[in-house]
Design a protein around this ligand. Structure first.
Ligand code: AMP
Length: 128
């Protein structure tokens, strides 16, 4: 089982304690604009939105990144995607993009697994 401190490299979303800003949000230590909460995950608006709708869906379990997920996380990963779709519908989106950056070179800055839900404007492909 991963922990927040085990695999978190020195990136902007990681504090000196090895904890992440998303861990602090989950513990209620810093505020967020939540749009969904259940026993397995929390969804909240991105603080620096890249589109009119930009929501992050994060598991309560602190998996650092997708590459650390194992078979035991299968149901949890499915749940995150279903919640992402639910949030997109809730936000009135018919089309949207889900993104999971895994690793610093892929653009991951916060080492607590999260699904971006981005929509509300035309989205180009391929991404940068
Ligand atoms: P990634 O680059 O895939 O790791 O995405 C991390 C995302 O977290 C970025 O889009 C940031 O804007 C977002 N973010 C960082 N801190 C916060 C915060 N306190 N509340 C909401 N979103 C945040």
């Amino acid at each position: 089982m991963s922990s927040e401190s085990s695999a978190a490299p020195a990136a902007s979303g990681v504090s000196a304690s090895g904890d992440t800003i998303f861990g602090r949000i989950l513990r209620g230590e810093i505020p967020c604009d939540a749009v969904h909460s259940d026993e397995l995950c929390l969804a909240f608006r991105d603080v620096a939105p890249q589109a009119p709708v930009h929501v992050l869906v994060i598991p309560r379990e602190p998996i650092a990144q997708l590459s650390e997920a194992t078979a035991e996380h299968q149901a949890l990963l499915g749940h995150l995607l279903l919640v992402a779709a639910q949030v997109a519908r809730q936000e009135g989106l018919n089309s949207w993009r889900t993104v999971i950056n895994s690793g610093a070179e892929a653009g991951q800055t916060v080492f607590h697994l999260h699904v971006h839900v981005i929509g509300g404007r035309p989205l180009a492909w391929p991404p940068g």
